[in-house]
Each structure stands twice: as structure tokens, then as C-alpha cells.
Design a protein around this ligand. Sequence first.
Ligand SMILES: Nc1ncnc2c1ncn2[C@@H]1O[C@H](COP(=O)(O)OP(=O)(O)OP(=O)(O)O)[C@@H](O)[C@H]1O
Length: 263
Amino acid sequence: MAGSTLKIQDLHVEIEGNEIIKGLDLQISGGEIHAIMGPNGTGKSTLASAIMGHPSFEITQGSVELDGEDVLEMEVDERARAGMFLAMQYPSEVTGVTTSDFLRTSINANREEGDQIPLMKFIKKMDKQMATLDMDESFSTRYLNEGFSGGEKKRNEILQLLMLEPKIAILDEVDSGLDIDALKVVSNGVNSMRSDDFGCLIITHYQRLLNYIEPDYVHVIMQGRIVKSGDAALAQRLENEGYDWIKEELGIEDERVGQSQEA
Ligand SMILES: Nc1ncnc2c1ncn2[C@@H]1O[C@H](COP(=O)(O)OP(=O)(O)OP(=O)(O)O)[C@@H](O)[C@H]1O
């Protein structure tokens, strides 16, 4: 079967009683790269966390389905096993667990008991993907993200993407903290995943990343909803003109950071 489809309909998400996502619709299918952009505090990371099942975010309305299966009924590990992946904006440091052990355990957790990845196959794959990402092999034996620089953490998130080969990935600001060379390397890594079996949602503030990973669709989120969609040219316009023209079009006077407000 070619590609999976993640379908989000009328999603409403609250945190501590504050509604952040207010009726969001989005569909991502295999073969498609979507980018989502929007001012600070408009709910981009909230959307990513809610889709992946972070317990702090309460979904009060709407649905998220992967190939017709109710994602919201799944535990976090079931979502990963179903083929969903999140590269986090702020990856956690995990002392005592090496990057290599983490990756092997994660891959095997997504496989059936009798189908665990053979050690040599795993090592070969990891070496290959670390080379793709221009990562020194010493990272494999370091504790997960411990003492990694901001850019190294982001590379490590993409290493997980390449190793786990999800059907649908959400990349939350993978470009933040990357130097220019690293941006290209990370983009090449993401582009190497491009196929009909892979759909991707890229959360970013900067058009620059989208020069390297060309999106099929660009969406703008404001006030917890997608208020505009287009192609790569939309990202270019945002880069040149900012968000004011969209606010004017929609009659949004003040996008206050961190406050619930009515549209
Ligand atoms: N754990 C939390 N407790 C309280 N409020 C939260 C929490 N997490 C997020 N929020 C609030 O939810 C709103 C949306 O945050 P979110 O991180 O989703 O925005 P964002 O669009 O990803 O922002 P940015 O572009 O700055 O990364 C913000 O006002 C934020 O302060």
C-alpha cells in the first residue's frame, strides 16, 4: 500500500484550561511535505504534541486519524508503532542511555518480537545514516543528547527519523540552532526520506529551510487555526512581508502571545 494519511479534523486542544488549538483541519499523505508557519505562541508545538499524545494537552473536540484508525485512542507508543514520529523542538537529555541503545530499542519496539533488527544490520544502518548527517561516530556511544550542542541535538533528531523510517513525521523547528552547513546536511537527510511512503509536516519560522526541503503545501496558523494555505511561494511572501498582511486580510488586530482570544 502506498503511503499513509494523517487526517486532522476540527481539532481543539487545551492546556491548563486555555484553548490553544481552536478547530484545526489538516491532511497529510505519503509523498507530501507540508510546512506550517505562524507567529510565536500560535500553537504549532501544541499541535505537534497533541498529535503525538503528550499528556499535558487535552483534546476537547475533533479527531485525528491515521489511515482511518483513531489516533487519539492510541497510547504514545502505539502511535509510534503505527508509524508516527515527532522530532522535538527541545529534545530531552537522557543520562545512562546511549544514542545507539536508544535507537536500537526504539526500532525493535516498533517491530514484532520475532523480527528484531540483527545487531550487524543495525550498526551498518546507523553508520550509514550518521555519515549522511555528517555525525561523528562517537555520538553513538554518548548518552542521548547529554551535552550535545543545540545543532547536534537537531541532527540527532533527524538521525532518529532516518533510523525509524516513520510513515508520517512531524519536525518541530529542526532548523533552529543549525549553522548553514548543518542546515544543508539535515535537509539532505529529510530529503533522503522523500517517497510515496513518507509524509511530513515541517514546523518552521524560516523560509530558508524550505529552500532546501521544498514543501508541496505551506500553511499559516494563527489563533489556533490554519488561516491560509498555499505552495512554496506563500513561505517566500511571509519571509518578505511578515504576517501583517494576513492579519489585515482576516481582520485580526492583535495576535497576543500566550492569551486565549476569540477570532
Ligand atoms: N505547558 C504549558 N503550560 C501553559 N501554557 C502553555 C504550555 N505549553 C504551551 N503553552 C502556551 O500555549 C501557547 C502555544 O504555545 P506553542 O508552543 O504551541 O506555540 P508555537 O506556535 O509553537 O510558538 P513558537 O513559535 O514560539 O515556538 C503559548 O501561549 C504557550 O505559552
